[in-house]
Ligand binder design. Structure first.
Ligand SMILES: [Zn+2]
Length: 234
């Protein structure tokens, strides 16, 4: 690990501690990390990829790149705290892509390949990272949605929402909510499953933040903090 990465990891770890300490005593923080070696595996899903860029901001930033940047930081940091992780994608490509198929078929095969990653993982917790976009530019703030198929989804979503508010934007009043049943993975997965919408590309101020890797670090630290609290029951 190079100097730059060492400094980066240390910075992220300090952020996680700072957010954890906001709720808990020092002793609880140590316990949370010590108890973290469970049999669960965190499946980290960077939304979109390849032919499917997701939402596009007014400055041309595509959602898929930011999702991947945040997801990689979540994986690095979660691994540091002893969490077993799997990534659905680790590069800019979609899953199970075939150029000879229509876009619609590629979308279906991509999402089913993500489902397969989760279903081939023992004791998974599914965490999908996306960005929001809305016609009205005033809306902003990270929000977490959960599958109602497993009670753990709601518990995890509420902890992630709290951590994102504390770690990224204390003025964010959004609450964790059940995901719409039209979202395929939220409908079919039976493990704890959440979608973290990390912010709105349609809000200029938030788009600027989301384009900054330093902010990805803050988002990742908040997400890992929420996950550690979920795993350890702190
Ligand atoms: Zn998305």
């Amino acid at each position: 690990m190079g100097q730059r990465w060492k400094k980066y990891v240390l910075g992220c770890v300090l952020l996680v501690f700072a957010v954890l300490v906001a709720w808990t005593t020092g002793e609880q923080v140590v316990q949370a990390i010590a108890q973290n070696h469970t049999a669960r595996t965190l499946v980290i899903d960077a939304g979109h990829g390849g032919f499917d860029g997701g939402a596009i901001g007014s400055n041309g930033t595509t959602e898929q790149d930011i999702n991947l940047s945040i997801a990689k930081r979540v994986q690095l940091l979660a691994s540091f705290f002893g969490v077993q992780t799997v990534m659905t994608r680790e590069d800019t490509n979609a899953l199970d892509y075939n150029a000879s198929r229509p876009v619609r078929e590629n979308k279906v095969s991509d999402i089913k390949a993500r489902q397969q990653v989760v279903e081939q993982t023992a004791n998974p917790v599914f965490l999908s990272i996306h960005l929001n976009k809305f016609s009205d530019a005033q809306y902003h703030g990270a929000q977490v949605f959960y599958s109602t198929n497993h009670a753990g989804g709601c518990a995890l979503a509420e902890l992630l929402q709290d951590a994102l508010i504390t770690g990224c934007d204390p003025t964010n009043k959004r609450q964790a909510k059940p995901a719409d049943q039209s979202i395929y993975l939220m409908k079919v997965l039976d493990c704890p499953a959440v979608i973290v919408e990390c912010g709105f590309l349609s809000n200029p101020a938030e788009e600027a933040l989301l384009g900054n890797p330093e902010y990805h670090k803050k988002l990742a630290a908040s997400i890992v903090t929420g996950y550690l609290r979920y795993e350890s029951g702190v």
